[in-house]
Design a protein around this ligand. Structure first.
Ligand SMILES: [Zn+2]
Length: 284
C-alpha cells in the first residue's frame, strides 16, 4: 500500500513506470510524481554530506564560468521582481550562485547539507554557507528578501515542510525563485525512464506546473512569472565530467559551444523541447 500524496493527501497513486528497482508513482489528485520508496534523512545526509566536489580553488572558479551566463540571467530577472537585499540560496553546493549574487549586490548566503562542498565554497569564494537542513538551521522568521532553489526541490524528501519553512523565513512580499525539471514537458512524457532528469538516486519528486503551483499556493505564494527553460543538463554534465579534474578544458569547450548553444536554446524553446520549469513567486 503506497503512502498518501504529501501534497494533496490522496491515497490513490498510479504507476507511471518502473526502472530497475525504482517505481515512479503519479498522484491522480494533484499530478505530483514521486518515487515509491523515499530515502530517509539519514541516508540523504550520508549521500550528499561528503559528495565529491572539485576541491582546488582555481578549479572551482573555472567551474563557476559554466554557470555564470545562466545565473547572471536569473539575477537580472530577479531584479525585476525584487529590490536587492538578503538572499538565501537553498541547496547552494559550493556556492556559485551565492558568489555571483554577492557580486550583483545582494547580501547573499547559502545553505546545503553537503558539508564538503560548503567547506570548499567558503574558502574559495569567501561566502557564508550554513550546513544542515533548513529546519535544523532555523533561520529567524521574516529574515530574507529572496530565497532561491535552483534544481533543488526535486531532491528534497519533504517538499511541503521545506516550502513551509521557506515561507516562514521570507519576509512578506519576499521573492521565491524555483527551477526544477518539468515532468509535464514533452521530453519527460515521451522519454519516461530514459528522460535525463529521471534520476531515482537523486530526484525524489517530479513536478509539473500544476503540483508546483499547488505547493506554492498552499503556503501563501503568488506566482509572478513562469516559463519553460532548458539546457541545464549541459552544464551539469560538463561539471560532473570535470569534477576534480579537467575543468579548464571543459570551460574552453563550453566557450566554443556557447554560440551554438545560444542558437540551440532558442530553437529548443520554439520547438517545445525545454524540459525544466522556472517560477518566480511572491509571499503574500
Ligand atoms: Zn497529490
Amino acid at each position: 500500500m503506497a503512502e498518501r500524496c504529501p501534497l494533496c493527501g490522496s491515497p490513490e497513486a498510479t504507476e507511471r513506470f518502473r526502472a530497475g528497482e525504482a517505481r515512479l508513482l503519479g498522484c491522480p489528485g494533484c499530478g505530483l510524481g514521486r518515487l515509491e520508496a523515499l530515502p530517509s534523512a539519514e541516508e540523504l545526509a550520508a549521500r550528499y554530506g561528503e559528495a565529491d566536489v572539485c576541491t582546488d580553488r582555481e578549479g572551482v572558479f573555472k567551474e563557476m564560468e559554466l554557470y555564470r551566463q545562466r545565473f547572471s540571467a536569473r539575477l537580472r530577472e530577479m531584479s525585476r521582481h525584487a529590490a536587492r537585499g538578503r538572499l538565501l540560496d537553498v541547496g547552494c553546493s559550493v556556492g556559485y550562485f551565492v558568489r555571483l549574487a554577492s557580486e550583483a549586490g545582494w547580501e547573499a548566503e547559502g545553505q546545503d547539507i553537503a558539508r564538503r562542498a560548503a567547506a570548499v565554497g567558503r574558502s574559495a569564494f569567501d561566502v557564508k554557507i550554513s550546513v544542515g537542513s533548513l529546519r535544523e538551521l532555523a533561520f529567524p522568521g521574516d529574515s530574507f528578501d529572496a530565497v532561491t532553489m535552483w534544481h533543488v526541490i526535486e531532491h528534497l524528501p519533504d517538499p511541503v515542510g521545506e516550502i513551509a519553512e521557506v515561507s516562514r523565513i521570507l519576509r512578506r512580499g519576499g521573492l521565491l525563485a524555483i527551477e526544477t525539471p518539468d515532468a509535464g514537458s514533452r521530453a519527460a512524457r515521451s522519454r519516461k525512464e530514459r528522460w535525463h532528469y529521471f534520476k531515482p538516486e537523486q530526484h525524489l519528486f517530479y513536478y509539473s506546473l500544476r503540483p508546483l503551483s499547488a505547493l506554492l499556493g498552499r503556503h501563501g505564494f503568488e506566482i509572478l512569472a513562469r516559463r519553460s527553460v532548458g539546457g541545464t543538463g549541459f552544464a551539469a554534465g560538463l561539471r560532473r565530467a570535470g569534477a576534480g579534474g579537467a575543468a579548464e578544458k571543459l570551460v574552453a569547450l563550453a566557450r566554443k559551444l556557447a554560440t551554438l548553444r545560444r542558437a540551440v536554446v532558442g530553437l529548443r524553446g520554439i520547438m517545445g523541447l525545454n524540459d525544466a520549469l522556472l517560477v518566480y513567486a511572491r509571499k503574500r
